[in-house]
Design a binder for this molecule. Structure first.
Ligand code: FPP
Length: 224
């Protein structure tokens, strides 16, 4: 059976779900947060060690200011209300992406990372203001600056995902088949699952079905 250490998810479809059922995109983001909590539970249940969630891309700054504010308020409240619970559950939170948010949010993120940094049951990588292309370019720039050879090993060491194994599974909900600048390097050999359901409708049972399917796939990494 295929080993499974890392699942990465593009949580797409909040806005459409919100408009369809509540006449508000923001209501979709709120509902999306409930799905995040359900999926964390199932990840722990499956004994998966890493869960990477794409919460805000470098391109998401193009959204209306009101929606961006709503998303960050949601995240602030999540950190304020849930970080102790995550910590008690031995969960480590790591941010991948550039932390250039409000002073308050930056501080909350730093506190959350520091508080949970020694935890070992599950590592949640929250991709915030994350873009894979700039991650790769920044790694190359760093190597050039330090006169280091540009090779696979050195590049990986300079990614934000250093010390995190590549995801074996990448899921995108919301019935869209693209990677949207997410883990382009790291997903080179991931099994990719495009799920029709919108993120707030995605259930633990859907996640379990994908894991079962993944475990039955013959993975040959270019061999035969
Ligand atoms: C994509 O759906 C979703 C986002 C850009 C935000 C993801 C945020 C959450 C799941 C909730 C907050 C999470 C945390 C951890 C605080 P979309 O808005 O692009 O949906 P659409 O394609 O239907 O417009």
């Amino acid at each position: 059976m295929n080993p499974l250490n890392h699942v990465a998810i593009i949580m797409d479809g909040n806005g459409r779900w919100g408009l369809k059922y509540k006449n508000s995109r923001n209501a979709g983001h709120r509902a999306g947060l409930n799905t995040v909590e359900k999926i964390i539970k199932e990840t722990i249940h499956q004994k998966i060690k890493y869960l990477t969630l794409y919460a805000f891309s470098t391109e998401n700054w193009k959204r209306p200011r009101k929606e961006i504010k709503y998303l960050f308020d949601l995240l602030e409240n999540f950190l304020i209300n849930k970080i102790d619970k995550l910590n008690d559950q031995n969960i480590k939170l790591k941010i991948i992406g550039i932390k250039n948010f409000s002073t308050k949010l930056n501080k909350l993120l730093n506190i959350a990372e520091k508080k949970t940094c020694k935890n070992t049951k599950l590592q949640i990588n929250l991709a915030l203001n994350y873009g894979s292309k700039s991650e790769i370019i920044n790694a190359i720039k760093k190597l050039k600056k330090n006169n280091k050879p540009i090779n696979e090993k050195n590049l990986i060491k300079n990614f934000q995902t250093k010390n995190i194994p590549d995801p074996e599974i990448l899921i995108r909900t919301g019935n869209t088949k693209r990677l949207s600048n997410f883990l382009l390097w790291q997903a080179a050999y991931s099994e990719i699952f495009f799920e029709k359901k919108l993120w707030p409708s995605f259930e633990r049972s859907d996640f379990k079905k994908i894991i079962r399917k993944y475990k039955s796939i013959k993975r040959n990494f270019g061999s035969i």
